[in-house]
Write a protein that binds this ligand. Structure first.
Ligand SMILES: [Zn+2]
Length: 358
C-alpha cells in the first residue's frame, strides 16, 4: 500500500473515540500505519490517525477493491438498491412506530446515490453526501437526485431536520466517527433514527481469521488501513453511540449476503471477487469438481456457515439503529433479541481537543 505524499495526509495521535482514553496498544504494523486497540474498551483503530483531504480521497480509495466496484453504475445495482431500501424502510417504520408524513432521508457516504434514488422512488425526500466529487457528478447526471460533494461536518445542515440518516459501510472509514455521530445527533429529528452498518470485528469468521490465518502486515481483523480506520464490535459501537449522545434502538448481526444489508458486491460479484475465502476454497475444489461447480458450491457452503454464525449473534456484519438519547447513556437496546443496558458514560467521554478541531 502506497501512502499519499506527505502533503496529502495529516497524521495525528488520537484518543479513543469510544471511551476517551489515551490507552492505545499497538498490535500490528501495516505498511506505514500502526494498528491496535484501546486497552480500556477494546475499540480497534489506527494511531496516529491519517486525515485525508477530500480532493485526495478519490484516488486514495480507488486502490480499495470495494470502492473500485462502487465506481460501476449498472441497472442491476439500482434494482438491488431498491430492494434493500424497501426492506430498510420497513425496518425504520417498525422501529419508529410509524412512517413520517413527508419523510426526509440523509444518506452519508452516498457514492453515486443508488440508495437516494431508491428512497425518492419510495416517496421520501432524500439527500446524499459524499466527499468523492466524481461519484456525486455521475450520480446527479445518471440518477437525477440531490447529491452534494461535501463532508457532513462541513455541510452546515439545519438541525433536527431528518427522520432517517443512513451510514452504511461508512463508519469504519472515518478518522473521527464520534464527531460524525454527534453531528448526526444534531440533524436528526427528535423521533428520527440513524442506521449504521459496519463490518463486525467480533464476528465468528473474523475471529477465526484473526487467530489462525491473518497476515498482520496486511490487516488487523476488519481494520484495513488506510481504508478501514476503525473496527467495531457490538460493545464498542454501543459505547461510541453513547459517547455521541445516541441511544441504540436495535442491534443485530447478519451475514454479508443478507438481502437488506449486504454490500451489493456480495450479491452481484462484479468485478471484484465476492469473497476471497470462497474463491480460495473454490480453487481447492476446482480440480476434482470443475471450476464453475466448485466455485458455486464453495460460495453456497460459505453462505450457509455465515448465516449460521449470524443466527448465533456472531455474523460478519453489524447492523445498528439508534435514536437521539433523551439523556446521554440512558438508552436501552436489543442485541439479537436480548435486551441490554448501556449504563452511564464517564465524564472523560467529552471530545478530545483533536476531535473538536476535526
Ligand atoms: Zn476506548
Amino acid at each position: 500500500m502506497t501512502p499519499p505524499a506527505d502533503r496529502d495526509v495529516r497524521l495525528e495521535w488520537i484518543r479513543c473515540n469510544a471511551c476517551g482514553a489515551d490507552a492505545f496498544r499497538a498490535m500490528a504494523q501495516i505498511g506505514p500505519w500502526q494498528a491496535g486497540t484501546c486497552a480500556r474498551c477494546g475499540l480497534v483503530y489506527v494511531n496516529p490517525m491519517p486525515w485525508f483531504q477530500p480532493d485526495d480521497f478519490a484516488p486514495h480509495t480507488e486502490q480499495f477493491y470495494y470502492t473500485q466496484w462502487q465506481h460501476h453504475l449498472t441497472d442491476q445495482k439500482l434494482r438491488l438498491a431498491h430492494r434493500q431500501m424497501r426492506r430498510q424502510l420497513a425496518a425504520f417504520e417498525l422501529l419508529a412506530g410509524a412512517r413520517p408524513e413527508l419523510g426526509r432521508l440523509l444518506d452519508i457516504g452516498c457514492g453515486f446515490g443508488l440508495a437516494v434514488r431508491a428512497a425518492v422512488d419510495e416517496g421520501w425526500q432524500a439527500t446524499g453526501l459524499d466527499i468523492d466529487a466524481r461519484l456525486v457528478d455521475l450520480g446527479r447526471a445518471r440518477l437525477a437526485v440531490d447529491l452534494r460533494p461535501v463532508d457532513l461536518l462541513a455541510a452546515c445542515l439545519p438541525g433536527q431536520s431528518y427522520d432517517f440518516v443512513r451510514l452504511v459501510f461508512v463508519l469504519e472509514h472515518l478518522p473521527n466517527p464520534r464527531a460524525v455521530l454527534e453531528e448526526i445527533r444534531r440533524v436528526l429529528k427528535p423521533n428520527g433514527l440513524v442506521l449504521v452498518v459496519v463490518p463486525n470485528e467480533a464476528g465468528l469468521f473474523n475471529c477465526v481469521r484473526k487467530t489462525l490465518l491473518e497476515d498482520r502486515t496486511q490487516r488487523l481483523g476488519t481494520l484495513i488501513p488506510p481504508h478501514h480506520l476503525h473496527a467495531y464490535s457490538p460493545a464498542t459501537l454501543r459505547r461510541l453511540f453513547c459517547a455521541a449522545g445516541l441511544a441504540p434502538r436495535a442491534m443485530k448481526t447478519v451475514a454479508p449476503h443478507h438481502p437488506a444489508y449486504a454490500t451489493l458486491n456480495q450479491i452481484e460479484p462484479d468485478p471484484a471477487p465476492a469473497a476471497p475465502s470462497a474463491t480460495a476454497a473454490g480453487r481447492v475444489l476446482a480440480k476434482p469438481l470443475g471450476a464453475g461447480f466448485a466455485q458455486r458450491a464453495a460460495i453456497a457452503a460459505l453462505r450457509g456457515l455465515r448465516s449460521a454464525a449470524a443466527a448465533a449473534g456472531l455474523g460478519s456484519v453489524l447492523v445498528a439503529w439508534a435514536r437521539v438519547a433523551s439523556m446521554p447513556g440512558a438508552g436501552q437496546a436489543k442485541t439479537n433479541g436480548a435486551p441490554f443496558s448501556l449504563g452511564q458514560p464517564s465524564p472523560e467521554l467529552a471530545p478530545s481537543p483533536s476531535q473538536r478541531a476535526a
